[in-house]
Design a protein around this ligand. Structure first.
Ligand SMILES: Nc1ncnc2c1ncn2[C@@H]1O[C@H](COP(=O)(O)OP(=O)(O)OP(=O)(O)O)[C@@H](O)[C@H]1O
Length: 236
């Protein structure tokens, strides 16, 4: 199968007004499993996801997919920390990415209904999406991001501000999506990171401080800083 992976970052930095927010980053994202990006507030989790997804061009270094950027772009989705919904119905929101890709109206509608059923929003199809609750909105955002069957999904704190039940529901969606979609997500919730991650990237001050298989990272972090972070200590 032709695939966009691996994604390779080589000395990549993201900058705003001359200030480096993240990087230089060197990493290779191969196929399979979920990568969880963790680190203190302001350590650069969102910036790293944006850099990988191509929301911003690197100020230095390279961000390269296995396919040309134009094809790579159509095979990835991004869920923002604060999801944005179109001022349209739940059904139209779900159908939108398919319509953008030229899927005929009836087929897009059927797929949207099916997606809504799977995430428990089938009784909300005609409700205006901006009026959904926080948990419902996150489910909508995730279902909309997955409806194109992306090869890779970037999710920035997809459970921020959700209660335990809503969080578990989103985690369930991520776990089933992970069977076919490579996931890279940022989270503050270490329980969630343990439940979902195959691989961890621990950021500190905009750089990768430690990374590797999740089990090893959580059982025996190599660096003092990672140990301190997992203990909930403040890192300056
Ligand atoms: N548009 C911007 N302009 C200037 N600085 C920015 C911008 N976006 C982010 N930053 C800065 O970049 C650094 C990293 O921010 P980022 O949002 O990537 O961190 P984070 O790890 O996702 O934080 P949090 O856990 O609080 O969401 C922070 O110091 C932040 O203030």
């Amino acid at each position: 199968m032709v695939t966009v992976l691996p994604l390779r970052l080589t000395g990549a930095t993201l900058a705003r007004r001359g200030r480096t927010l993240v990087g230089p980053i060197d990493l290779t994202l191969a196929a399979g499993g979920t990568t969880v990006v963790i680190g203190p507030n302001g350590s650069g989790k969102t910036s790293l996801l944006r850099l990988m997804h191509g929301l911003q061009r690197p100020a230095a270094g390279r961000v390269e997919w296995a396919l040309p950027d134009a094809s790579a772009r159509t095979r990835q989705s991004y869920v923002f920390q604060q999801p944005v919904a179109l001022r349209r119905s739940v059904l139209e929101n779900l159908a939108f990415p398919l319509r953008l890709r030229g899927v005929p109206r009836a087929r897009a509608r059927a797929a949207a209904e099916d997606a809504a059923r799977r995430v428990g929003l089938d009784d909300r199809l005609s409700q205006s999406a901006p009026s959904l609750s926080g948990g419902e909105m996150q489910r909508l955002a995730l279902a909309r991001a997955l409806i194109t069957d992306p090869e890779i999904l970037f999710a920035d704190e997809p459970c921020a501000a959700l209660d335990g039940a809503a969080t578990r529901r989103i985690e369930g969606m991520l776990l089933s999506a992970a069977a076919t979609t490579r996931i890279v997500m940022a989270t503050h919730d270490m329980g969630q990171a343990r439940r979902l991650a195959r691989e961890v990237i621990f950021l500190l001050h905009g750089r990768i401080h430690e990374s590797g298989p999740a089990d090893a990272f959580f059982d025996a972090p190599r660096t003092l800083e990672a140990r301190a972070f997992l203990n909930g200590d403040i890192l300056e």
